[in-house]
Design a protein around this ligand. Structure first.
Ligand SMILES: [Zn+2]
Length: 259
């Protein structure tokens, strides 16, 4: 009888822990890092590049593992709720709304991530909860575009933020959706090819322990914290010399930061 009660108590505890855990994951996902949204490390265009009629690019573009071949998995960069899946003139879009506590910024924030031009009938469905790193769609070229993922991070003011452009403000996903966050990378990433791909489009960072830290992320944290993430002096020096070699205006800033 006693044994039975203990068994029941353990089961109850496990159920409660699981409930708390899924509650935390669904409504308060950890936004201190994002998952890289696909298996390709070919960044082909960055945030802010000029577009027609005075507009600018509101996200980043990532080409397929093999250029022109559709079907690469698209992962949700953050845990959250699928706000909508829409078939727009510019392609099929999956919208994921997230609210999370960012311990590095010590605040709650609302973020909408958008995955654009994905193949029709994506896995994710409106109203569904998704975890960070969960497959939600496959890469396509819907809307008549070359095959690539257009990935956006946008700041909102409520968890239920809408999908109109005016409901949220786009931020550079490579720098931050707020001020700075790193990316956890799929396991098969090779360090150099991502760094090289970023160099090609004028973005800089360190790939360390399967995470991507942008130069902006590094400079927005005290150096002691940066070391806590496992980033080494030699990696920082390598980044500094890359910035110098590319005549980046971030060279002076990082140099000052390190001295
Ligand atoms: Zn784009």
């Amino acid at each position: 009888m006693k044994k039975k009660f203990l068994g029941l108590a353990i089961v109850l505890c496990l159920v409660m822990m699981n409930t708390i855990n899924s509650w935390a994951f669904t409504f308060y996902p950890d936004t201190s890092y994002m998952y890289w949204p696909t298996t390709s490390q070919r960044v082909t265009d960055t945030f802010g590049t000029p577009r027609s009629e005075g507009r600018t690019h509101t996200g980043i573009d990532i080409g397929g593992v093999t250029a022109g071949v559709a079907g690469d998995p698209i992962y949700s960069a953050l845990g959250g709720t699928v706000k909508d899946v829409a078939n727009k003139t510019y392609g099929v879009v999956v919208y994921v709304n997230s609210r999370g506590y960012n311990p590095w910024l010590n605040k709650y924030e609302y973020v909408q991530t958008r995955y654009v031009h994905v193949e029709e009938d994506p896995i994710a469905e409106p109203g569904e909860s998704v975890n960070r790193g969960e497959k939600i769609a496959t890469m396509g070229g819907t809307g008549g575009y070359p095959i690539h993922l257009h990935f956006e991070t946008r700041i909102g003011t409520t968890l239920n933020m809408g999908t109109s452009d005016s409901a949220t403000i786009p931020r550079d996903p490579l720098v931050s959706y707020t001020d700075a966050q790193p990316y956890k990378l799929p396991v098969n990433f090779t360090k150099q090819s991502l760094v090289d791909s970023l160099d090609d489009v004028g973005e800089y960072g360190i790939v360390s322990n399967n995470m991507l830290y942008s130069v902006d992320f590094i400079m927005s944290h005290p150096i002691s914290e940066v070391y806590n993430y496992g980033i080494t002096d030699s990696e920082l020096k390598e980044l500094l010399s890359t910035l110098k070699a590319n005549n980046s205006n971030l060279y002076e800033q990082l140099n000052d930061y390190l001295n």
